[in-house]
Design a protein around this ligand. Structure first.
Ligand SMILES: Nc1ncnc2c1ncn2[C@@H]1O[C@H](COP(=O)(O)OP(=O)(O)O)[C@@H](O)[C@H]1O
Ligand SMILES: [Mg+2]
Length: 231
């Protein structure tokens, strides 16, 4: 087994003194390659903080976070950005597509950051849009697409860099139930193809599609469903 996320004795503290908030409180968690994990918990329990750590968008106050075997604390900003670009594909509730930009150019963005020529980037992006059933929408701008289509464009953008981990924050939160179902079917398919899927959700139906459910409360993991044990 190959651990892609290792969180060891991690606390995340915001603020200082009287305004100090312990958003994560001594958390330990290992996620292996090709797991399909849902992180659940009430508002304020630390889900976004955990996502930010896994996504290398933030560093822990205490403890060690290793992504794809690399200790994020030991990386400088350039290497951290690189790790993020290579290891992780982000999917957000609000899609975050670039406005007035076609689907294909949205998908191509992370490849351009990586230094591919615009021709190469567009070619790869068209292939990915085709895989997600959006070949005939490649020249559409976000406002010309439905919510479900926009989220699939966002997923194409997350996938085009061939990341190990897909990190999705409430990916169905802004979608009607049918489009949400399509997005979940897509994540399930990607899991079957070997991706590691980590998603945050407060919808139990969505969480139930995952093979492992981790519940946070007050910055601590209170249940880890795969082991079926309270921790
Ligand atoms: N940047 C921040 N500054 C101060 N407090 C924060 C910050 N981000 C989150 N918090 C606090 O940390 C706790 C966990 O927040 P968060 O990780 O956003 O939880 P969730 O995503 O589960 O709603 C909350 O009490 C929240 O108010
Ligand atoms: Mg949150």
């Amino acid at each position: 087994m190959n651990a892609v996320v290792e969180i060891q004795n991690v606390s995340k503290i915001y603020g200082a003194g009287d305004s100090e908030v312990k958003a994560l409180d001594n958390v330990n968690l290992t996620i292996e390659e090709n797991e399909f994990v849902a992180i659940v918990g009430p508002s304020g329990s630390g889900k976004s903080t955990m996502m930010n750590l896994i996504g290398c968008l933030d560093k822990p106050s205490i403890g060690v976070v290793k992504i794809a075997g690399q200790d994020v604390d030991k990386l400088n900003d350039v290497n951290l950005t690189q790790l993020r670009n290579y290891a992780i594909g982000f999917v957000f509730q609000q899609f975050f597509l670039l406005a007035k930009t076609t689907a294909v150019d949205n998908v191509a963005t992370p490849l351009l950051y990586r230094g591919l020529s615009s021709r190469e980037a567009r070619e790869k992006s068209l292939v990915m849009l085709g895989k997600l059933g959006l070949a005939d929408r490649s020249d559409h701008e976000p406002t010309q697409l439905s919510g479900g289509q926009q989220q699939r464009v966002a997923i194409a953008r997350a996938l085009v860099t061939e990341p190990t981990i897909i990190l999705a924050d409430e990916p169905t939160g802004a979608l009607d139930s049918q489009s949400g179902e399509q997005v979940m079917n897509l994540l399930q398919k990607l899991h079957q193809e070997g991706k590691t899927i980590i998603l945050i959700t407060h919808e139990s139906e969505v969480a139930n599609r995952a093979h492992r459910r981790i519940t946070l409360r007050d910055g601590r993991i209170v249940t880890d469903d795969k082991s079926g044990q309270k921790v």
